[in-house]
Write a protein that binds this ligand. Structure first.
Ligand code: DQA
Length: 147
């Protein structure tokens, strides 16, 4: 099975970006840990980051027939991108939404996710562990579905 991790805008700045909110781990740290975990689970993993909505949509489209599960942190696009939501629901690949911070405890404009209705589940507020939990949940989903 193959998992695609999609990281949206500004997540390339993790480590230096508002560390009191997002922690000190860099995106590379997160991806390295995920790769180690994936190895243990016996799944393949690919990590992708973009600051561009269209590039994220293109990557989701390319995942058709190639990827069995998606872990996505859409960054601020979470709160307004109907296009990313539509891409996810079009490709019918099971996805899990992750946010490092607890979006429900922050500004009101972050409370709404346009992505949440089209994913298996959402993990928020647990920092980098959220990505690991998402991978664990996808692997459990694959086993259930014999993928
Ligand atoms: C975020 C939360 C979003 O509101 C914000 O725009 C981000 C990061 C998170 O991981 O906590 O860029 O998705």
């Amino acid at each position: 099975a193959k998992v695609l991790v999609i990281q949206g805008p500004n997540l390339n700045l993790l480590g230096m970006r508002e560390p009191e909110i997002y922690g000190s781990a860099t995106l590379d740290d997160i991806h390295q840990e995920l790769a180690e975990q994936a190895k243990k689970f016996g799944v393949e993993i690919e990590c992708f980051q973009s600051n561009h909505e269209g590039a994220i949509i293109d990557r989701i489209h390319q995942a058709m027939g190639e990827i069995d599960g998606i872990i996505i942190n859409p960054g601020a696009y979470t709160h307004y991108s109907i296009a990313i939501r539509d891409a996810l629901s079009s490709v019918c690949i099971p996805a899990i939404e992750v946010h490092l911070s607890n979006i429900h405890a922050r500004e009101e404009f972050r409370h709404r996710s346009f992505i949440a209705p089209v994913v298996l589940g959402q993990i928020v507020g647990l920092g980098v562990i959220g990505y690991q939990l998402a991978l664990q949940a996808l692997v459990a989903h694959f086993r259930e579905k014999n993928i």
